[in-house]
Design a protein around this ligand. Structure first.
Ligand SMILES: [Zn+2]
Ligand SMILES: [Zn+2]
Length: 270
């Protein structure tokens, strides 16, 4: 038995195609150029299912993955493309009486509490008037600090990496590395990632040109070379990246351990 990660969405914040965009990639007939917003699912040998981020496309993504239960959720940071599907977790509260734990850093805990008061300030909001109708997601926030943390009885090593005015949690779980939405990787994190003998590294790769808040192709490839995982999977891609074109670019450079993600694809790790 092995652990499994499924890329639920490999797109940047707009998704691909972008609404109304007439570019060749948004108009492409190749389904590998269709990218939902960034989420992933871990199905562990311990039988636990852990969701990474709650993208606005979450319902469609979990239907496609045939997920019928979740034991926990990790939120990497508070941006809309990683959090605004959180209400879809409601469906998992119908059958269970306990709260689903949501693990994130203290800044994001605060931000989620302000953005979704009906979920995270439930006692206050519904103190005078009971909840009527379809119910709300029953979620409970748990703080993550950089370093070793226990998530659903499994050890995860977290790192806080710079992303715009804030930061994003990246992590190592056994032989899996996950690095999303960051503009660079600190030396300390790089040391951990490269010492972890990763089988799978999922990593941010927004586009070919440099960007203010994200890794871009050349920078992503430099980091992959330093970390040297068995297989690296590029994700959080925008409409600048055509699936076949990026495959050809990797081939021309003689790079064999890097592939672009396709939505719905799964990978095993020990
Ligand atoms: Zn994002
Ligand atoms: Zn486009």
């Amino acid at each position: 038995m092995m652990n499994k990660i499924t890329i639920l969405g490999s797109g940047t914040s707009t998704g691909v195609p972008i609404l109304g965009c007439k570019c060749g990639i948004c108009q492409s007939k190749d389904p590998r150029n269709n990218r939902l917003r960034s989420s992933a699912l871990l199905e562990l040998t311990s039988k636990k299912n852990i969701l990474i981020d709650a993208s606005p496309d979450l319902r469609a993504q979990l239907l496609r993955a045939r997920t019928d239960s979740l034991n926990g959720v990790i939120i990497t940071h508070d941006h809309a493309d990683h959090t605004h599907g959180i209400d879809d977790l409601r469906a998992f509260s119908f059958e269970r009486t306990s709260e689903i734990p949501v693990y994130t850093d203290p800044h994001c805990m605060n931000s989620l509490t302000m953005k979704f008061p009906y979920i995270f300030q439930r006692e206050k909001i519904f103190a005078q008037r009971p909840i009527l109708g379809g119910g709300i997601p029953h979620l409970e926030l748990h703080p993550i600090l950089p370093g070793l943390n226990v998530v659903c009885d499994e050890e995860f090593h977290f790192f806080s990496l710079p992303h715009g005015y804030g930061s994003t949690l990246s992590f190592i779980h056994r032989r899996l590395g996950y690095i999303i939405d960051c503009v660079e990787i600190s030396q300390e994190a790089l040391d951990f990632f490269s010492n972890a003998k990763l089988e799978i590294l999922v990593i941010d790769c927004l586009r070919y040109d440099p960007h203010q808040t994200h890794l871009h192709f050349d920078k992503t490839l430099r980091y992959i070379e330093m970390i040297s995982p068995r297989l690296a999977i590029l994700t959080h891609m925008g409409h600048e990246i055509d699936y076949l074109d990026i495959i050809n670019q990797l081939k021309r450079r003689g790079i064999k351990n890097v592939i672009p993600a396709i939505d719905g694809q799964s990978f095993l790790y020990s």
